[in-house]
Design a binder for this molecule. Structure first.
Ligand code: NAD
Length: 517
C-alpha cells in the first residue's frame, strides 16, 4: 500500500538525511552509542512510524560530556572568524538539504511543508548572521582613573552549552543557539523534544558531516535523546554553565530553579498568550490576514500564535464577520499538500487539551462563533486533525488567561481609548508577542511606549507570529525573559572579563587609596 510518506517523497528525504530505521540517540563524533530505551516517532500527518531513536542513559551521558569537554579545548583555541567559516559551511550544507529537512520537519511535527522550509531558512539565516558576528565579538574600552593604565572588556567562551528544545520548532531553535554558541567558542549538547527526535538526528548528521570534513571533533555538537529525565542530567550538571531551554512555562519554572540552585545561567524561551489589538483605525483586510495566519498557522502551535483578538466595539462585528468568513475558506489536511492551510496537532494529547479548552470557554460563559471539531475519516487517520475554532469570551476567563497550544482564538471586545485595550492585553501572566493594527500614529506610539505593551515583541500592522532572526527574540514575565538570535543575544553565550593593564613603574591604587610600605 502506498502511504503519504511515499507519495510525498519522505523516504527519499530520510535517506538523504542519513536516517536509519533505528537511530542511535546519542552522538558524539567518533562514538555513536546509546543504551537506553527506544522512542518510536509516529507522524501526526498519517500516523505512520517514521523511525526509532535510542535514549541516552546516565552512563552514555557521561561519555557525551567527556567528548564535549574535550572538543571544547580544541574549539576555543580556533580564532572566532575561523569558527565562523565552519558555521558558513554548515549553512551551505543546510542549503543543500533544505528540501529534505523541511519535509521531515513537516512530516514529524505536522506543520505545513512551506513552514518546514521556512524553518530551515531560519537556520540558514542565523548561520549567515553568525558568520558576520564572528568578526564582531567586541567589548568596550574605557578610560582608567589611574595614570598609565589601560582598561577594557573582553568576552571569552563559556564552555558546554546545554540546549533543551520544544517540539514545535524542532530544528530552528537548536540552530539559533548553536550558530551563536559555536562562533562564541562554545560546544553544545542538545536534547530535542522527545516528540520530534528524528529531526534531532537529521540535524546532528548534517553538523557531523561538516565537522568531519574539517577534521574537527564532532563533540562540538552533541545530541542526547529522551524526556525530561535526560534534560535533568544537564540542568543538574555543574559542568554546564548555561542551559538554554525552550518550552512550556511549567518546564521553565522547574529548569530555572534547578539551574539557579547551582548558580548556573539559564536562557528561557517559554509560553506566550499573544494578542492583536484592533482599533477603530485598523486596516481590516490586513487585520484579517494577520489574525488568521497568526491563529491557525502551525495549527496554533507557535509560541507566537495569536490567541486573543482585542477589538474595539465600533469595528467588532465587522472584524468578527471577516475573520469568520476567512475561517470558512480554510482547508485542513495533509500539511505536505500545499493546497491545505492547516495540518494536524502534534499528538492526541494535544487534541484532548484543545477539546478541554473548548469545553472550558463555554462553561465560563463564552460563545462559540466557529465551532471546533476533531476530524475523522480517511484523510485524518492519525486522529490529530482539528478544526480551528473561535469563541467570544471575556478577558478574565481562566481559559483565556492560559496558553492552549492549539488553534483556538478568543474574541475580546473593548470600548473607549486604546489604553483600555493595552490594559487587557497586558493583563496575562505571559509576555511574548503583541501587535496593534492601526493607522493612527498616536495609538501606535502609545502601544510602543513605556506604558504600552509589556511584551518582548511589539509589532505595528503586523501579526504576532513570525520574527526575523536579526532582532533579539524572547519575552517577559512567564515567557522567561530570555533573548535569542539577533542583536546582542550572543553575549549570553560568553563570559565577560574586565582587564586592567598598568604600563608604568608605579602601583597606584584605585579610589585614591594610599598604602605606603
Ligand atoms: P515542554 O515544556 O513540554 O517540553 C519542552 C522541552 O523541555 C522538551 O525537550 C522536554 O523534554 C523538556 N523538559 C520538560 N520538563 C523538563 C525538566 N523538568 N527538565 C529538563 N527538561 C525538561 O514543551 P513542548 O510541549 O515541547 O512545547 C510547547 C511549549 O513551548 C509552548 O508553551 C510554547 O509556547 C513553548 N515555546 C516557546 C518558544 C519561545 O521562544 N518562547 C518557542 C517554542 C515553543
Amino acid at each position: 500500500m502506498k502511504t503519504l510518506a511515499t507519495d510525498f517523497g519522505i523516504d527519499e528525504a530520510l535517506e538523504s538525511l542519513g536516517i536509519k530505521a533505528i537511530n542511535e540517540g546519542t552522538s558524539t563524533g567518533s562514538n555513536n552509542f546509546s543504551n537506553g530505551e527506544i522512542i518510536e516517532s509516529y507522524s501526526p500527518v498519517d500516523g505512520q512510524l517514521i523511525g526509532k531513536v535510542k535514549t541516552t542513559t546516565k552512563e552514555d551521558y557521561e561519555q557525551v560530556m567527556d567528548a564535549a569537554t574535550s572538543a571544547f579545548k580544541t574549539w576555543r583555541t580556533m580564532p572566532a572568524p575561523q569558527r565562523g567559516e565552519i558555521v558558513r559551511q554548515f549553512g551551505d550544507k543546510l542549503r543543500e538539504k533544505k528540501e529534505a529537512l523541511g519535509k521531515l520537519v513537516s512530516y514529524e511535527m505536522g506543520k505545513s511543508y512551506q513552514e518546514g522550509l521556512g524553518e530551515v531558512q531560519e537556520m540558514i539565516d542565523i548561520c549567515d548572521f553568525a558568520v558576520g558576528l564572528s568578526r564582531q565579538l567586541h567589548g568596550l574600552t574605557m578610560h582608567s582613573e589611574r595614570p598609565g593604565h589601560r582598561m577594557y572588556e573582553q568576552y571569552h567562551p563559556l564552555g558546554v552549552v546545554g540546549i533543551i528544545s520544544a517540539f514545535n520548532f524542532p530544528v530552528a531553535v537548536w540552530s539559533w543557539n548553536t550558530a551563536l554558541a559555536w562562533i562564541c567558542g562554545d560546544v553544545c549538547v542538545w536534547k530535542p523534544s522527545e516528540k520530534t527526535p528524528i529531526c534531532g538526528v537529521a540535524c546532528q548528521n548534517i553538523a557531523a558531516e561538516v565537522f568531519a570534513e574539517n577534521n574537527l571533533p564532532e563533540g562540538i555538537s552533541c545530541l542526547i535523546n529522551g524526556d525530561y529525565r535526560v534534560g535533568e542530567f544537564m540542568t543538574k550538571d555543574t559542568r554546564i554553565p548555561l542551559i538554554s531551554a525552550t518550552g512550556s512555562t511549567r518546564m521553565g519554572k522547574i529548569v530555572a530553579k534547578e539551574v539557579a540552585g547551582r548558580l548556573g545561567k539559564s536562557l528561557l524561551e517559554l509560553g506566550g498568550n499573544n494578542a492583536i489589538i484592533v482599533t477603530p483605525d485598523a486596516d481590516i483586510k490586513m487585520t484579517v490576514i494577520g489574525a488568521v495566519f497568526g491563529a491557525v498557522g502551525t495549527a496554533g502551535q507557535r509560541c507566537t500564535s495569536t490567541r486573543r483578538l482585542i477589538i474595539h466595539e465600533s469595528v467588532y462585528d465587522k472584524v468578527k464577520n471577516a475573520v469568520v468568513d476567512a475561517y470558512e475558506q480554510l482547508r485542513i489536511g495533509n500539511p505536505l499538500d500545499e493546497n491545505n492551510h492547516v495540518g494536524p496537532l502534534i499528538d492526541t494529547d494535544a487534541v484532548k487539551m484543545y477539546n478541554q479548552a473548548l469545553e472550558k470557554v463555554v462553561e465560563e460563559g463564552g460563545h462559540m462563533v466557529v465551532e471546533g471539531a476533531v476530524l475523522s475519516g480517511e484523510d485524518y487517520e492519525s486522529g490529530c486533525y482539528v478544526k480551528p475554532a473561535i469563541a467570544e469570551a471575556k478577558p478574565d476567563f481562566k481559559i483565556v488567561q492560559h496558553e492552549t497550544f492549539a488553534p483556538v482564538l478568543y474574541l475580546l471586545k473593548y470600548s473607549g481609548d486604546v489604553e483600555n485595550a493595552i490594559a487587557i492585553q497586558n493583563n496575562v501572566a505571559q509576555g511574548l508577542s503583541s501587535a496593534i493594527m492601526t493607522n493612527n500614529l498616536r495609538e501606535a506610539e502609545r502601544f510602543l511606549s513605556h506604558a504600552g505593551s509589556d511584551c518582548g515583541i511589539a509589532n505595528v500592522n503586523i501579526g504576532t507570529s513570525g520574527a526575523e532572526i536579526g532582532g533579539a527574540f524572547g519575552g517577559e514575565k512567564e515567557t522567561g525573559g530570555g533573548r535569542e538570535s539577533g542583536s546582542d543575544a550572543w553575549k549570553i553565550y560568553m563570559r565577560r572579563q574586565t582587564n586592567t593593564i598598568n604600563y608604568t613603574t608605579e602601583l597606584p591604587l584605585a579610589q585614591g587609596i594610599k598604602f605606603d610600605l
